[in-house]
Design a binder for this molecule. Structure first.
Ligand SMILES: Cc1cc2nc3c(=O)[nH]c(=O)nc-3n(C[C@H](O)[C@H](O)[C@H](O)COP(=O)(O)O)c2cc1C
Length: 160
């Protein structure tokens, strides 16, 4: 094969390598991914065993009720992730304090989970039961609401 400009041979090598890689059958994931993992240092001192090392990142769904509690839709969403084989389901950022009065209309604070003193822990039981029922363990991301507001508000917003 003849090449017309410098680097063309190298480009042909790269194109061949990409084609070969695309045609190669996928490699199985490393077995360790599906082996249990013990997280030490739990409150009970016994550790928490995850069935595998697949973790769902915290993702705010906007499915909490208007009062900031787990709604049937939110529970169904997490239940499906747990049943799909996730080892640790991290529930989306839950507000540890009521939103600042200046920001209560912020879209960030609408239909957000709340985990402050005004919310009974028992309200979370159906959610944790659903996650455990799917075979996963549950964690929750704690989020401080801070000063967050919406640009749609006039006059100019108090915070980004
Ligand atoms: C719809 C959506 C909501 C998210 N909500 C949160 C959240 O509540 N807390 C958080 O720390 N990250 C949140 N993230 C960021 C994700 O947890 C994750 O870090 C991000 O999607 C990057 O992941 P990747 O590197 O695997 O693509 C959110 C992401 C998306 C797409």
């Amino acid at each position: 094969m003849t090449f017309e400009f410098p680097g063309q041979a190298r480009m042909a090598d790269v194109a061949r390598a990409i084609t070969e890689a695309a045609l190669r059958p996928p490699e199985p994931p490393p077995a360790v991914l599906f082996s249990p993992l013990v997280l030490r240092g739990s409150a009970a001192g016994q550790g928490l065993t995850l069935p595998n090392r697949v973790k769902l990142a915290a993702m705010t769904t906007g499915f909490a009720s208007a009062a900031g509690l787990p709604s049937p839709r939110l529970i169904e969403w997490y239940s499906a992730r747990a049943a799909g084989g996730t080892g640790l389901v991290t529930v989306e950022g839950a507000l540890v304090a009521p939103p600042h009065a200046l920001c209560s209309r912020s879209r960030f604070n609408q239909h957000r989970l709340r985990l402050d003193g005004g919310v009974p822990a028992a309200a979370y039981r159906p959610l944790t039961d659903a996650i455990h029922g799917g075979g996963a363990r549950a964690a929750v991301q704690l989020t401080y609401p801070g000063l967050r507001d919406t640009a749609a508000r006039a006059p100019p917003p108090t915070a980004p």
